[in-house]
Design a protein around this ligand. Structure first.
Ligand SMILES: Cc1cc2nc3c(=O)[nH]c(=O)nc-3n(C[C@H](O)[C@H](O)[C@H](O)COP(=O)(O)OP(=O)(O)OC[C@H]3O[C@@H](n4cnc5c(N)ncnc54)[C@H](O)[C@@H]3O)c2cc1C
Length: 487
């Protein structure tokens, strides 16, 4: 401690999903007073993370990032202190006590929009009373929730008009990027070590592989952003659906942990567009808009945080609770090569290509007719980019229970999807080694050509797609008829 905390104004930045020093709204606000000492806090809450199904691979990335961030913050004379509590309920008094003991005048944090996180912040604010001024900032979205509304001030539930409004606002008021704050003159606390791991939250991806696939650090995130934009960006619209190509940015883990801000992505894309980069960047900006859209949905329709369908009537669907079929899907042993390759990509790397997330989610919810919430949880438990809003939105889109979801009768045929998006079968060969010896189109449906093509240990299809499709359509149709009768 370089000065008595009683004589220095002390501000705290509570880091959550914003693990960076550049373009960080709460950090910037905490540092506005040049005379104030600033301390960064990060809360480790293992039981809460387990209850929220946070993947170990994601925690591993965050811890690696925190170690680098601690050094970046130290260069600004901002210590990083780690606070531990089992869950949010236990955290509130621990945090309140720390803030009081350290004479903190202002607490700054970037808002997390999920209901438990909102309740935690409200409880802390109530516990602190007038002792500490709490300042919650909007930082996670390019345009803050509540600012993209219809002409009669209602939230959008359909993406296309949301995007039109979102783009129009960006044209008139481009979001600024915030600089890294100046080095502090005072310090009121001392850094504490970042834990190497969190009990009960081990990564399912081998540490060396995780470090190679998902290197930590703001520099690593920016290198990936600029490499994507200059190499693949121009072809994004034509290659983004092909899982065998490196056609997407793979920036989702960095955005989920806040190692990169969505505004930084937007500005980089605009810069590339200014150099005439074809349609690729416009399509990519649309994906950033989807990210905002699902976060806005979460804020305006918080019931989606409580395991409820966006379209509440679809909670009456009698989903199949078949553990054996579910496990076949989780392990990548359904006998549908594209589904199995995708599910094994998730297990091997902690990430899955977007086209495959749609195929596997629709396969679980429509072909296997298993409750989409089971799949949502499995994804969260394994995704390095697990993000409640995007995951819930993607699952509800696939299961036709969400806002602006896929119409229930438009069900992906896994065989046609496989032929269209992995035409050479090279993605399947990479993740399903049992099928690596198959040539050409046989790889998409090896069982269709008789037992000779099947590797001994590759399963037969667990379901007949045609019959499964008819069953799903009939169930949704019956629900629609019943709903129409009661309204
Ligand atoms: C069932 C399902 C579950 C999903 N779960 C998650 C999740 O937990 N976390 C997550 O970040 N994304 C999720 N997505 C969205 C999407 O699949 C990933 O964001 C994308 O695959 C990440 O790869 P990328 O970074 O290369 O994306 P790019 O194609 O390069 O897109 C750039 C960024 O835009 C955002 N984005 C892209 N597509 C979407 C989308 N459909 N919805 C919301 N944001 C999007 C992501 O932040 C992404 O990093 C899910 C989609 C589905 C269908």
């Amino acid at each position: 401690m370089s000065r008595d905390s009683n004589t220095t104004r002390h501000h705290v930045l509570w880091l959550r999903q914003d693990l960076r020093v550049a373009d960080n709204t709460a950090l910037h606000a905490a540092c506005r007073d040049p005379e104030a000492a600033v301390t960064a806090l990060y809360a480790v809450t293992p039981a809460q993370w387990q209850a929220h199904d946070v993947a170990g691979v994601r925690i591993d990335l965050e811890l690696r990032q925190l170690r680098l961030l601690q050094a970046d913050l130290a260069a600004l004379a901002i210590p990083l202190v780690i606070i531990e509590a089992a869950d949010y309920q236990a955290l509130v008094p621990v945090l309140a006590d720390w803030l009081r003991r350290h004479g903190v005048a202002e607490l700054h944090g970037n808002r997390q929009y999920e209901v438990n996180e909102q309740s935690r912040d409200a409880a802390l604010e109530a516990a602190l009373g007038s002792d500490v001024r709490c300042c919650w900032h909007h930082d996670q979205c390019i345009i803050a929730p509540g600012r993209v509304l219809t002409a009669d001030h209602r939230p959008y539930t359909v993406f296309t008009p949301f995007k039109r409004n979102w783009l129009a606002q960006l044209m008139t008021a481009p979001p600024p990027m915030l600089p890294i704050p100046a080095r502090r003159r005072q310090q009121c606390a001392t850094s504490t070590p970042v834990p190497a791991a969190v009990a009960g939250l081990a990564s399912h991806v081998a540490p060396a592989l995780a470090g190679q696939l998902w290197p930590a650090g703001e520099d690593a995130a920016h290198d990936r952003l600029h490499a994507f934009i200059s190499d693949a960006g121009a072809h994004y619209d034509s290659q983004r659906d092909l899982p065998a190509c490196n056609g997407t940015s793979t920036l989702s883990p960095y955005l989920a942990a806040g190692m990169l801000s969505p505004r930084q992505c937007l500005h980089a894309a605009w810069q590339q567009q200014a150099h005439g980069a074809g349609n690729g960047m416009a399509t990519w900006i649309s994906e950033l808009c989807w990210r905002d859209f699902y976060k806005h949905i979460l804020v305006h329709f918080p019931h989606v945080c409580r395991h409820q369908a966006f379209k509440r009537e679809t909670d009456a669907i009698a989903w199949r609770h078949d553990e054996a079929l579910f496990q076949a899907w989780c392990q990548g042993r359904t006998g549908f090569p594209i589904v199995d390759a995708a599910m094994r990509q998730l297990l091997a790397t902690g990430w899955m290509h977007n086209r495959l997330r749609m195929i596997t989610a629709m396969f679980l919810s429509k072909d296997l007719f298993i409750d989409w919430r089971w799949g949502e949880r499995h994804f969260m438990r394994h995704l390095v980019d697990g993000d409640f809003a995007a995951n819930n939105g993607g699952w509800q889109w696939s299961a036709s229970t969400g806002n602006d979801a896929a119409p229930y009768f438009r069900i992906f045929n896994p065989l046609l999807q496989s032929r269209k998006f992995d035409p050479e079968g090279s993605f399947i060969r990479r993740f399903v080694p049992e099928l690596a010896g198959l040539d050409g189109p046989d790889i998409h449906a090896p069982h269709a050509h008789g037992p000779s093509l099947l590797a001994a240990d590759y399963p037969l299809p667990v379901i007949d797609h045609g019959r499964a499709r008819d069953h799903a359509v009939a169930q949704f149709k019956a629900l629609a008829t019943a709903t129409a009768r009661t309204t």
